[in-house]
Ligand binder design. Sequence first.
Ligand code: G3H
Ligand code: 13P
Ligand code: ZN
Length: 328
Amino acid sequence: AFVSLRQMLDHAAEFSYGVPAFNVNNLEQIQAIMEAAAATDSPVILQASAGARKYAGEAYLRHMVLAAVESFPDIPVVLHQDHGATPAVCQQSIRSGFTSVMMDGSLLADAKTPASYEYNVDTTRRVCEMAHAVGVSVEGELGCLGSLETGEAGEEDGVGAEGKLSHDQMLTDPVQAKDFVEKTGVDALAIAIGTSHGAYKFTRKPTGDILAIDRIAQIHAQIPNTHLVMHGSSSVPQEWLAIIRQYGGDLKETYGVPVEEIQRGIQNGVRKVNIDTDIRLAMTGAMRQSFAQNPSEFDPRKSLIAARKAAAGICKLRFEAFGCAGMG
Ligand code: G3H
Ligand code: 13P
Ligand code: ZN
């Protein structure tokens, strides 16, 4: 059944666990997540970006998610819009049945240029008024995602600031977070602690100077009733990088957010953990391997089955590591 993000994360806060929010674009990803949730008895957040809507089409996405809920009637599902760039985008998603929207007012409507604090407060507040009137939850973002190593946002296309960010822009200020929540009324807040979108987050296994997990507790202390969200939380498994390389892929050395660091985040108040890249890596690795090992196969379902299984494997591991298992 569909539930709002607020409902789901209130339960997560009460029982001190975190919920992975997986990005979805197609049938196999949705099936993989639902399968893993059923196998571990976990609640589900399916999130769709603007890129996902462009890829699949709004109607396909909506009906695939409806099919998922129909197929697994006992699993609570949040349908969340990831990184809404404008109130108009959020309004469209609300109309199409999303139970939660993110208004990312940390960037201007181009989803690239860092916005002023006033702009962020104003756009996010307007979305909260609109969404809360119909029982839809809202996630805001304060601070810009970006690498403390390089000062850059990470991903080349998609959602993320362009150009160099200052150290200040890349870390959420706890006192400002309190003001932001009071002025906007968001249910959940995405915070900047040194993570970035995509596969290239860190050039080495991250330590406290480039991944500011300690800041989470300081932010949580200021806004204990607002659920904290970690974006850019793929762990970038070295095993999948190795398989991609073994079967012809060309990926540079890179590191993600270690699962143990996410667990520390959850202990300190993180309730929603955004993951897209890990599923991409697992599916790409599995498909490359399947093509290489079965060169005479021409039924795409064979490689898609391998991809779906690989994605489900990642999801199961995250549900278990974040304390979700048994909470569905
Ligand atoms: O926020 C970034 C997510 O990974 C979505 O990426 O814009 O390529 O769908 P996308
Ligand atoms: P990753 O690229 O680390 O998977 O992050 C996804 C994300 O934050 C989506 O909003
Ligand atoms: Zn994100």
